[in-house]
Design a protein around this ligand. Structure first.
Ligand code: SF4
Length: 315
């Protein structure tokens, strides 16, 4: 594949190890950094919004990462984020907003049709019921590509970090295909450069570039998802409850209000009760960041405690 033929290379950047590995692999392949941009979809809405599902520190981590490598990062989000989408009651899904390279913000959509959710996304590989991935990430990216003039008549490569080893459904993904935004007006390809990588290879490239992984990995998570991801296991819910009790309490209250739990047959309160928080999770994450806010270690490099650990997350 000739990466030089693309005008734009967009890395869907969650801040997690796999999207980081994609970015580092592009650098290792000598891709012109001028063409690379990181895109991060904010799960809880506009930058700086109160966290509802996502790690309150992820936005900053992504900003710092982009700064460290001197590449642009553009945030995009659905109006009101996860909570507003979940609370739809005979109302349309929110507008999609995105940041442009000149610093302006544009939006599209928000006109309907009306719909009602009033329940959490369900744990499933089916994106119609696991609506968070579709409505807060996939559709947001598509709206941001389809509505920016700069992509018209150009060749764009979207890079994402799914690996076959993560799940059966991900093993069936194509490594290379036309992106859903591809068409007569714009060429958009989708590449999964680390699709056949092992987790070991991912950590190796992190080590090679001395990347200090997102604090979630140091606290014990094997994967960076939302802190209260619907796929989270009991230990992760118990850890989340120690770190951000108000977030977990709010979710538990919605479960009671809706009469639907996130996980079938077990409530968030029961999961917290059943789980054992990861060791050391009582550290305040903010304090941790203040002490070790480096993106790239200046000295040695060690594997975070979450590596090869509990990797519950979207499949
Ligand atoms: S990380 Fe989990 S909760 Fe967050 S959007 Fe993805 S599947 Fe949904």
């Amino acid at each position: 594949m000739n990466l030089n033929e693309y005008d734009y290379i967009i890395v869907a950047f969650s801040g997690g190890k796999d999207s980081t590995a994609c970015f580092l692999d592009l650098l290792d392949n000598g891709v012109d950094k001028e063409k690379i941009e990181l895109w991060h979809h904010l799960i809880d809405g506009a930058p700086g919004s109160d966290p509802f599902m996502d790690w309150p520190i992820t936005e900053d981590y992504c900003r710092e990462f982009a700064k460290e490598f001197n590449v642009p990062i553009y945030f995009s989000w659905r109006d009101g984020g996860f909570e507003q989408e979940m609370l739809r009651d005979n109302s349309p899904t929110g507008k999609v907003f995105w940041e442009n390279p000149d610093g302006t913000i544009d939006s599209s959509g928000g006109k309907g049709p009306d719909g009602t959710r009033r329940k959490f996304p369900q744990v499933s590989a089916d994106l119609r019921v696991r609506w968070c991935s579709a409505y807060l990430k996939i559709d947001v990216m598509s709206a941001a590509i389809n509505n920016q003039e700069r992509f018209k008549g150009k060749k764009t490569l979207v890079v994402t970090g799914e690996r076959a080893g993560e799940s059966k459904s991900r093993s069936n993904y194509n490594t290379f295909e036309n992106h859903r935004c591809h068409g007569k007006l714009r060429t958009v390809h989708h590449w999964r450069p680390i699709h056949d990588w092992t987790e070991k290879q991912v950590w190796e490239i992190m080590e090679k570039h001395r990347i200090m992984a997102h604090p979630a990995y140091w606290l014990g998570w094997g994967r960076l998802s939302c802190i209260t991801c619907i796929f989270g296991n009991a230990n992760q819910w118990a850890s989340a409850a120690e770190l951000y009790p108000a977030m977990v309490e709010k979710i538990a209250k919605y479960e009671e209000e809706f009469g639907f739990t996130i996980k079938q047959g077990v409530s968030v309160r029961e999961l917290v009760e059943k789980g054992t928080p990861y060791e050391g999770v009582t550290y305040l994450v903010e304090a941790w960041i203040e002490e070790r806010q480096l993106i790239r270690s200046r000295g040695g490099w060690t594997l975070p405690s979450g590596a090869y650990g509990e990797s519950n997350g979207p499949t």
